[in-house]
Design a protein around this ligand. Sequence first.
Ligand code: 6GU
Length: 247
Amino acid sequence: MRIDVVSIFPEYLAPLELSLVGKARRTGLLDLRVHDLRDWAHDRHRTVDDSPLGGGAGMVMRPDVWGEALDDVLGGAQAHPGEVELVVPTPSGLPLDQRTAERLATVPHVVVACGRYEGIDARVAEHYRGRGVAVTELSLGDYVLNGGEVAALVLVEAVARLLPGMVGNPASLVEESHGAAGTLEYPVYTRPPEWRGHEVPEVLLSGHHARIERWRRDQALERTARRRPDLIERLAVEDLDRRDRDI
Ligand code: 6GU
């Protein structure tokens, strides 16, 4: 899979050389390229922004600079609908979730356009949509960051760990068929069985696999109900029934 990230702070993406994502790049599983948007600016000051039309605070990123950058980075891929997707991180986007990460992991080429300031001129997304490029505006959650770079880090990590052949991939797929099947994960423990007066739940030391499975399922549901009642509402009745049958 190929991912291009375009940003005025390419150094912000340096952590993507580390850990599993870094390894995926070195082994060729992930072709990740980071670009400096200012390379497409025309003036001596490499300007990428201008004041908002209609007035207001802050600056808006210019469509002409973004257009030239994205024409180059999307490349001939624009001629192949379904092969490329333009992701624009913005607090006004749809919330990023595991389902979106799973879908993006199947797209051969993803381009992430990181905005700063008050965002990118709205005609940029409109233009590429009109040219048949899938454009997805994604948010990390209901709070404001200074730009899309942190979202690009999050997105690349969430997607890269799902790529077939990724180290630890089979294990995470198993995990996803339980925990992320709509609930939060159950609490986990390791040795020692007693630490500073806190005991590991006895059932986990019992060696009774069916009881352990049931305990974990109950913990996951209880935790989800307490912390994320919105997720419980989305759990299908059939799914809850299946869990009861399986365990
Ligand atoms: Cl994707 N971008 C910015 N600037 N702020 C955010 C965000 C994204 N998601 C949550 N807040």
